[in-house]
Ligand binder design. Sequence first.
Ligand SMILES: [Zn+2]
Length: 569
Amino acid sequence: MSRRRLAGLGCAVVLGMVAVSALTAAGGGLGSIKSQDLKEWLSYIASDELEGREIYTSGIGLAAAYIEEHARAWGARPAGDKGRYLQTVRVLGVKTTSHATVTVEVNGETRTFADGEGVVFPKNMGGTQRLTLDRVEFAGYGLDAPAAGHMDYKGKDVRKAAVIWLGPNGPKTVDANVYRRLLVARNRYATEQLGAAASVGVAAAAGAGRGGRGAAGPSASGGSGGGRGALPAADFTTVQRLDALTPPTVTADDAFFTFLFSRAPVKYDELKPKAAAQEPLPSFRLDGVRLTFNVEADYQVVRTQLTQNVVALVEGSDAQLKHTYIAFGAHYDHVGYAEGEVDRADGGARRLGAKGRVTPGKEDDRIWNGADDDGSGTVALLALLKAFAEGPHPKRSLVFVWHAGEERGLLGSRYFADYPTVPIDQIVTQLNIDMIGRNRDDKASEANTVYLVGSDRISTELHNLNRSANAALSKPLTLNYEFNDPADLESLYTRSDHYSYAAKGIPIIFFTTGLHPDYHANTDEVSKIEFDKMTRIVQLVYETGLRVANLDHAPARDNLGPRAGRLTQ
Ligand SMILES: [Zn+2]
C-alpha cells in the first residue's frame, strides 16, 4: 500500500477524533488532563497500525501526523522548521580521517603518540582543538561504585584536569557484569559528570561495548540506500554538530602508559599487573607531566538519513518572559516490528529478527507497540499541550518536543539541542517524560510512586519547586529518587532525552515509573497501562511546568550534583 493513499485515510480518521476531544475539554488547565483522553490517544499511538513506530518507517510518520493534527486543532503554534510542526532531523553517517595526536611531556622529555599508534581517539572526536593540560590525575580504576564501596574520586576534584585510569575489568570488589554500564562509560563519567578536561583510560575488555561521544558505532550502511551503487561505510552516525568542541577521551596502550608513569611515584610495570589482578590501585597526581591533545580529524559525510521531531509552542503571556521557555519532552519512536517469521524448529518457538525481548508464549506477536515506552510520554505531552493551549497561558512560553530516534541514541533530542528552533539559552527548564504508564516491576506497592531523575543535579530550586507542586496536588504522589542516586546501576540519568538538554547546562527533571517485565518486549501493550496513575503524573508535570513558567526568575543553576537518592523521603 502506498504512503500517499494511506496518509489520506489517516487524516480523515484523525480529524474526526480531534474534533471530539477539542469539544469536550474547552478551558484547558489541570482539570482537562483526563485518563480517557490519554487512553484514546494511546490506543492509536501504540496500535499495531503504527507498526511499533520505528525511525524511518511509515508507522512513525503516522504518529507524527496524529500529533500534528491535535496540536493544530488546539491552536498550538507550529515551532518546527519554517512555520511547520515538523523539524527535519538529519542523521549523518560520517567517515573519519584522523590526524589526532597526544604529546606527553615528562620532566621535559616529550613523546608524541598518533591516533592508532599508542592511543586511540573515538571516531567522533568533535571539532578541531589543541588542549594542553598541566594537571594530570591518576585515579586508579576511575570508578565510583558507592553500592560496592568503591569510590576512586572520593575527595578528588578533577574539574579541568586530565584524568588517567587503568584496569579494563575494574577492581575485584566490583562485579564486572553488574557494573558493565559504569565500567565502559568511565571516560564519559570523568568528563561529562565530574568536569574533567580530558580522560585517558584503557580499551574496554573484549565484548564489553564501547564508550565514546554520543555517536552510535559504525553504521552497517554498505546498503544501497535504494539508489544505484553501494553507499560507503560510515565510521559513526551522529546528528550533532561535527565542529562542537568536546573533552578528549582516548584509550592508550602499554607504550603510552610506560612513558607517562616513567617518573611517577609508582611505575607502570608495577601498576599493570595490579590492575590485571584487579587489586587495589593507588591514586596520585602525576607531577611534572603535561599532556597536549591535538584533536584534528577530517569528517566526510557519506550518508544522510532523515526523520522528524514534532515541535509545538504555546506562547507566554508576559511581554518579557515570553521570550524564555519551558521545554516538555518525550520520544514518539520505538523499536518497530520483526520482519522475520516464527521458527518452531526443535519444539520451541523463536521470532526471527526480533527487535527486543519476546515474551515467552507470545512469539506470534511481531510488533513492539511501545505503549509505555514511550507511548505514555507521547500522549502525556498531548495532554499537557492541550491543557496549556486551551487553558490560561503562563508568563513564559512553553515548547513541546516529540523527539524521534531516542531508541537509536537520543538522535532527535541531540539534534534539537544542537539545532534548536527556540534559543537554547532561553530554555530555563526541560521536563522529560519516558515510561510513566506502569508500576515498577508490576508491584502493587508502586501504585502511588513516580521516580524523579536529575531534579536536583543542576538546580536545587527546580527540585524544590517540583516537590511543592506535588504537595499541592489533591492526591500527592510518592516521589522516589532511587534512580537519581549516583550509586544506581541503571544510570537512567544518561539514558533518555533530558540528557541532551542537561548536557547544555539546562536544569531538567526526568519523570518515569521505572522498568518492568515488558520493557522492550513485544508485550508492552496498552492493556497493561495504569491510566489513573499516569494521569496524576501528567498533572504533576503540569503543576511543575506552570510554577516554573510563572516564576519571575529562571530556576537558579547551582550545579550541586545528585543529592536526593534512594533514602530521600
Ligand atoms: Zn524510552
